[in-house]
Design a protein around this ligand. Structure first.
Ligand code: HEC
Ligand code: HEC
Ligand code: HEC
Ligand code: HEC
Ligand code: HEC
Length: 429
């Protein structure tokens, strides 16, 4: 399933030449940043000078630690990922860890992976896929003597984004008169790439080689680049790390989703019907709403009685999602009804009185609109399919848990009722 796309099915890239020595400070341009900073698996601290446990960084950087520990990045090795990895070969599991737990010490095995070739344009550089290809081509596969299982569970740790070759990297400090600068106990370098969308690209953009219907499964950086946000240079961090916060709220957060949308619901009572339109504008997501193939948003309009129960009759539904089929013999897009940045999703409705029985007309009280978000819709189905496979007891426990979580993450992003009373008489009476 996911594996087929992220692993075995990758096209083989051109043979790589041996790259020049990597110098830590040399991110002279975006291509150098993408190949050198995002050289995977990440050699954060080969000499073992620093304590890479996030709790250790958190002793001094409390605010970042507290936010990070509640974020999606800290939970990227949750039961849905680990439960799957248990049944994978070391190569397949390594292909997933490049994004979900990318440090060298978080890898159970080592493979022949060469430094990436320099001298290409950024559009040709896919840090994750290039290394996946090398892992699959690797003749050696050895247990990693430096494997740190407790660090592996902590997923996308501070060091994944901040530490390379024993040096801590960060964004150029902002002047803060209230907080005098201190001398850091660790070596430190500043690069403005921390403030750019390219910083997030390695893990949040797949290469066009694996597109389905012309679009990669994860196309967030390109969607952003072509949007008005990208053109005006409003980075991912501006929306996902406001005030340099480490929260990364996305489709799992009702607050973040409400921020993304402008919703307008219109009703017109006529003699023979009630009709109108629900409009959902993607006014504040810097990419498609939603950007990924896993969430599903369901908008519905229905007639209800005074107790909020549905009145017999049609329920009008619109689905916002990119739905794909991804199995060993099929790769196909079924629908893409996501909302492009600035665009509008429109759901017109009309309930004709003549279609409703008298008893329902008497009960009728209001028309209700709901917008419900299922952030993990795709995974619910995937986990259900996995539960039918033969899993070990530990993997089974984890996939069951992940399945429950994927259902419980649903929430209502918008709900509104408007009075709708049948004033009679029926047309033709
Ligand atoms: C013993 C305390 C301590 C520990 C442990 C520590 N740091 Fe720092 N760090 C500092 C201090 C002090 C500075 C200097 C800036 C300041 O005044 O806050 C700093 C600066 C930074 C900066 C640059 C921000 C700036 O304003 O200059 C980053 C990024 C950073 N540390 C990340 C980390 C990471 C990641 C870890 C764990 C691998 C870590 N630190 C461990 C104390 C610490
Ligand atoms: C090392 C790879 C990596 C990097 C770098 C990275 N991410 Fe992520 N990100 C992930 C993974 C993996 C997940 C999914 C975690 C999970 O739910 O298991 C994720 C999830 C997210 C989400 C999803 C929230 C939701 O509700 O579903 C947001 C938003 C996000 N990242 C933003 C960013 C931004 C902004 C940056 C750049 C500053 C960034 N990420 C850098 C790997 C990465
Ligand atoms: C190129 C980076 C990348 C690779 C490689 C990758 N993922 Fe992810 N994964 C992500 C991102 C980003 C998300 C979050 C999607 C979102 O919410 O937008 C995610 C989300 C998930 C989730 C749902 C969240 C959760 O924690 O339950 C699962 C499960 C998952 N990935 C499993 C895998 C597996 C299994 C593999 C290997 C076959 C894999 N991923 C490889 C980037 C990656
Ligand atoms: C997914 C990548 C990612 C992870 C994981 C991450 N950071 Fe950051 N961090 C960033 C980015 C990007 C910025 C700069 C944001 C900006 O400029 O808007 C930053 C900024 C910082 C700063 C500077 C804050 C300031 O006000 O100048 C510190 C300190 C820091 N991070 C520490 C940490 C610590 C400690 C952890 C782990 C608990 C951590 N980070 C985890 C990406 C990350
Ligand atoms: C103008 C603000 C804005 C910018 C810029 C922006 N995002 Fe988002 N992002 C949002 C909002 C709001 C959501 C929640 C709605 C949604 O899911 O689309 C979101 C959701 C997400 C999600 C959750 C998964 C999903 O399917 O929607 C991910 C992952 C993500 N953003 C990554 C990124 C990355 C990477 C960038 C930069 C290339 C970026 N975002 C730029 C506002 C922004």
């Amino acid at each position: 399933m996911f594996l087929l796309v992220l692993g075995v099915a990758w096209p083989r890239g051109p043979a790589r030449e041996t790259a020049a020595e990597v110098s830590e400070s040399d991110f002279s341009d975006t291509a150098a940043f993408l190949t050198r900073y995002w050289q995977l698996p990440i050699r954060a601290d080969p000499a073992g000078r620093l304590n890479l446990a996030p709790e250790s960084c958190g002793e001094c950087h409390t605010a970042q630690y507290n936010q990070w520990s509640k974020s999606v990045h800290a939970h990227a090795m949750g039961p849905g990922v680990v439960g799957q990895l248990m049944g994978f070969s070391p190569k397949d599991a390594a292909a997933c860890r490049l994004c979900h737990a990318p440090l060298d010490r978080q890898q159970s095995h080592t493979f022949d992976v060469k430094p990436p070739a320099p001298g290409r344009s950024p559009d040709q550089i896919w840090p994750v896929e290039e290394v996946q290809t090398q892992i699959y081509d690797s003749d050696t596969e050895l247990p990693n003597p430096a494997y740190d299982t407790s660090l592996a569970k902590k997923a996308i740790v501070c060091a994944a984004c901040h530490v390379r070759n024993g040096v801590v990297y960060g964004p150029p400090p902002l002047p803060d008169p209230a907080k005098p600068r201190q001398k850091s106990p660790h070596p430190i370098r500043y690069t403005s790439y921390f403030e750019s969308a390219e910083f997030c690209r390695a893990c949040h953009q797949f290469s066009p080689d694996n597109a389905i219907n012309g679009k990669p499964l994860e196309n967030t950086y390109e969607e952003w680049r072509h949007s008005s946000w990208g053109k005006q240079g409003v980075s991912c961090q501006k929306c996902h790390m406001p005030g340099r916060g480490h929260t990364w709220k996305g489709v799992h957060s009702s607050d973040q989703v409400r921020l993304a949308l402008t919703i307008d619901f219109e009703t017109n009572e006529q003699k023979d019907a009630i009709s109108g339109r629900l409009r959902i504008v993607n006014s504040n997501a810097g990419h498609f709403f939603p950007t990924y193939v896993t969430p599903r948003i369901v908008a519905s309009v229905e007639l209800i009685d005074a107790q909020g129960r549905a009145v017999h009759g049609d329920r009008i539904e619109g689905v916002i999602s990119r739905e794909i089929i991804l199995t060993s013999n099929e790769r196909r897009e079924i629908r893409d009804s996501r909302i492009a940045p600035g665009d509008t999703f429109s759901l017109p409705y009309r309930f004709a009185w003549s279609k409703l029985p008298d008893a329902d007309l008497r009960r009728l009280d209001a028309v209700r609109v709901d917008v419900t978000v299922f952030p993990d819709h795709f995974y619910t189905g995937l986990f259900e399919a996995l539960l039918d496979d033969e899993l070990g007891s530990e993997a089974l426990r984890m996939i069951r848990q992940a399945h429950r979580n994927s259902i419980e993450s649903a929430y209502s992003a918008y709900s509104e009722t408007r009075p709708a009373r049948f004033g009679g008489p029926r047309a033709g009476d």
